[in-house]
Write a protein that binds this ligand. Structure first.
Ligand code: AHR
Length: 539
């Protein structure tokens, strides 16, 4: 395909790809692709927090996925599913957000503390009206975070809660000892304070969190922030409620209302990638429409940060993508009955989607503070899937492995990349087919996606081939370092609906892959539907 028919993507400040590469390279064949890694053009640090997670009291995420109870016949550590703990420890979870989601603005933390047998039974009205026995509460959540090595992030209740309730939760968690609330925490088995830094002030206040207008949500923020107290020297890092997707009017309304007042420390945007198909019934066309939403996600990051910068030029307010991931609607009632609400299988398509999202985060690393994939176990784009709350099986999903492939980027410095693919941000505007945007009839299918990072003499390059019908031969010119040697790993299945089942748990896993590294050049084959990470030793 000639270059004139390609949309050339170029990161800011970099020279045109066409000027760096011989023109002939664009006619090497249907699968030939070119990219340039500018190892000396830094974007920013890839914070480990961009690989953070979210767990809600929803379906079988917490009950069954994380917590099976101390008396369960499922192998467990003090009530926590053993396999969940082991697999998540291996993955590494920088931060875990809890207890919601929509659940958070209906949740009263006092229901989940004290002796478990005395805790009230409440109703989870957001997610199916089941009875919540509150056996998994604050202490249990903190213990889980400790087990998997995650930093906790609590979402406080604005919708049906009060500043007092949030303030007391802070005291319960962070005051060392001697107050009634801190002693209650100690009596629950945790004499040491939890020292929780991250506090969300409401969730989706534009929707399930109370249907507020932006100005009202900001007024709530002002009120709650006033009573966000320092206990045990922990200054709460307050995350204000931003918009769904790229709603710039919401951000203006919210930030205008806070001028001259306490600013949030973080600002939370939600951006899902919806589609109206069950996870195992995707067609290439539907898959491409879903993949293209990641170009909108990237655009949201750029434009929301840009707008925040106009209020906050020194970037003291961190941009959070508090909830993201693929949301496949149309799960069968049987699946939901067996496995819980919003349970969805993870396929090769989901892994590619994760790769597109994580590559975008690397490219925009200077603009992002934290990103939380929704959700950790058994819900939406989960890392792990169990066979129902009572089932003993626990499978690492395709998305888990995609996250694994990005782990080497953590703490490295993201650098500019270019490719001859069509990853350019899309035009603004409402997207059909759900909250995250569905099919846009005129959009071209996505193409090669690339990101890279560097630390010392190591360069990490992640490449994603989102096409179901094209094997790519990628030739990367590397500028700014001398490449010496390299190795690669791949996640791949030619079937977009392939997944790791309970009978075939390792169908889609990471495998070694061949790569050709020489001075100034990395050449690697990307079979259709694949995510590849190349580690280059440079000088
Ligand atoms: O993750 C599922 C739901 O999506 C969350 O509860 C809510 O915040 C969002 O709408």
């Amino acid at each position: 395909m000639p270059i004139t028919r390609r949309r050339l993507i170029q990161s800011a400040g970099a020279a045109s790809l066409a000027s760096l590469l011989p023109r002939a390279v664009f006619s090497q064949g249907a699968g030939a692709r070119k990219a340039v890694i500018h190892a000396d053009q830094e974007i920013g640090t890839i914070r480990p927090e961009l690989h953070s997670h979210f767990a809600e009291h929803l379906g079988s995420c917490v009950y069954g996925g994380i917590w099976v109870g101390k008396k369960s016949s499922i192998p467990n550590i003090n009530g926590y599913r053993q396999a969940t703990v082991d697999y998540l420890k291996e993955l590494g979870v920088p931060v875990l957000r809890w207890p919601g989601g929509c659940f958070a603005d209906d949740y009263h933390w006092r229901d989940g503390v004290g002796p478990a047998e005395k805790r009230p039974k409440t109703v989870n009205t957001n997610w199916g009206g089941y009875t919540e026995d509150n056996s998994f509460g604050t202490n249990e959540f903190m213990e889980f975070c400790k087990l998997i090595g995650a930093e906790p992030y609590l979402a406080a209740n604005v919708g049906t809660g009060s500043p007092e309730e949030m303030r007391d939760w802070m005291e319960y968690c962070n005051y060392p000892s001697g107050s009634t609330l801190s002693d209650l925490r100690a009596a629950g088995g945790s004499p040491e304070p939890f020292r929780v830094r991250y506090w969300g002030v409401g969730n989706e206040l534009w929707g399930c969190g109370g249907n507020f207008r932006a100005e009202q949500a900001a007024a709530e923020f002002r009120h709650f922030a006033t009573f966000a107290r320092v206990f045990g020297n922990v200054r709460p890092f307050l995350v204000g409620c931003g918009p769904n997707q790229n709603n710039l009017a919401w951000t203006r309304g919210f930030m205008d209302t806070l001028v001259g007042n306490r600013q949030p420390d973080g600002y939370s945007v939600h951006h899902y990638s919806d589609a109206n198909l069950p996870p195992l019934a995707y067609t290439p066309e539907a898959m491409y429409a879903q993949f293209n939403t990641f170009r909108r996600v990237e655009q949201t990051i750029v434009q929301q940060r840009n707008l925040l910068d106009s209020y906050d030029p020194n970037r003291r307010v961190g941009l959070f993508l508090d909830e993201w991931g693929v949301w496949d609607h149309g799960i069968s009632a049987d699946d939901e009955r067996r496995n819980g609400r919003l349970w969805q299988q993870q396929t090769m398509r989901s892994a590619v989607a994760a790769g597109l999202g994580l590559n975008a985060f690397n490219r925009q690393a200077d603009k992002l503070y934290m990103c939380n994939i929704a959700q950790m176990v058994n819900v939406l784009q989960s890392m792990l899937i169990t066979d129902g709350p009572e089932g003993k099986n626990c499978v690492r999903t395709t998305s888990y492995y995609a996250f694994m492939l990005f782990k080497p980027h953590r703490t490295k410095t993201s650098v500019h990349t270019q490719s001859d693919a069509s990853e350019a941000p899309l035009a603004n505007g409402p997207a059909a087919g759900g909250r995250g945007g569905g099919k846009q009839a005129t959009e071209p299918p996505p193409d090669l996606s690339v990101s890279a990072s560097r630390q010392g003499n190591q360069l990490i390059v992640t490449l994603v081939n989102p096409r179901h019908d094209t094997d790519m031969q990628v030739d990367c010119a590397v500028r700014g370092v001398s490449c010496r040697s390299g190795s690669a790993q791949i996640l791949h299945d030619p079937d977009l609906n392939a997944y790791n089942s309970f009978d075939n748990q390792n169908r889609v896993t990471i495998k070694p892959h061949s790569v050709n590294v020489e001075q100034g050049r990395v050449a690697v084959d990307l079979p259709r539907l694949s995510v590849v990470t190349v580690t280059v030793e440079a000088a």
